[in-house]
Design a protein around this ligand. Sequence first.
Ligand code: GTP
Length: 310
Amino acid sequence: MKTMLSSIDLIIECRDYRVPLTSRNPQFESTLAGRPRLVIYTKRDLGSKDHLDDRRREEIIKEWHKPFDTLFTDHKSKRDVKTVLAYTKELAENAQSLLGTRIMIVGMPNVGKSSLLNALRMAGVKKAKAASTGAQPGITRKIASGVKIIEKDVERGLEGVYLVDTPGVFVPYVPDDEAMLKLALVGSVKDTIIAPTTLCDYLLFHMNKQYQGPELYEHYSEPTNDINLFLDRVCRKTGRLGKGGVPDSDAAALWIIQRWRQGNLGHFVLDEVKEGGLEAKKAENIKESLSQARKRMKAEQTARSKAKFE
Ligand SMILES: Nc1nc2c(ncn2[C@@H]2O[C@H](COP(=O)(O)OP(=O)(O)OP(=O)(O)O)[C@@H](O)[C@H]2O)c(=O)[nH]1
């Protein structure tokens, strides 16, 4: 990515709408520093009900990223895709490059980079899917060559706009267990990494915290904080029973997680969004990276003194 940056006119940084803070990658900040950037929060449909609270949250997030522009998208919304397309077109018209405008799309695994690229291509040049997409992270494995999203327009001196898709880049370290649970819940890590019942327990905690609370899962269980009881009810309700009628909790947990990821168990954000939240997160990341550096130095020192005595 770094080596390509010199030929890139704009970086589109995709972040998951449901984890605006936890998905911050400090590595991008240093690598992409000084480059023009547009921040796009993807999967808005899964985190927003388009209420006043949601719009207020989006205003705060926009403030966080200034001077960069911020957009919020659902890749199936024609209006959202057109807004992104118009943004890139304006950029290209102002740049008037002889080689065309090149845009690199970066972000965490499974955040929706390829889906956005495909939607922009369809809306811009009416061409079918150029990149593979999938519900698990790690589908895009290499940096693709530019995919055209806006045609050349000789009369307007426009040389075309090209998007470069990149593989998802996971945060260099995850500061705590809760951050890992959030990233797993939104699908940034493979489902085999964290036990499904643990992940589902964390989801249950969030569902209970929402305004609708237990109504969100009323088809499956009575209100509860107890994951065992909850999964038992889900198994019975959906027939996820093994030999001798034993509830298959793992299968039920995975199914519930998928239902939430598809937007069927409430639309909400896992991070707390407040004014100055991003600045606080940046300060936290600096503290964390210092302590990581100290740990690394200590380990190196121990290894050196061990080698001396061997
Ligand atoms: N509901 C909803 N789902 C989305 C949206 N964008 C992407 N998805 C889904 O999220 C999953 C991941 O999308 P991809 O486009 O493959 O994500 P990616 O960032 O390219 O993933 P990697 O290849 O792992 O880097 C797919 O199942 C998409 O259908 C969105 O705006 N809303």
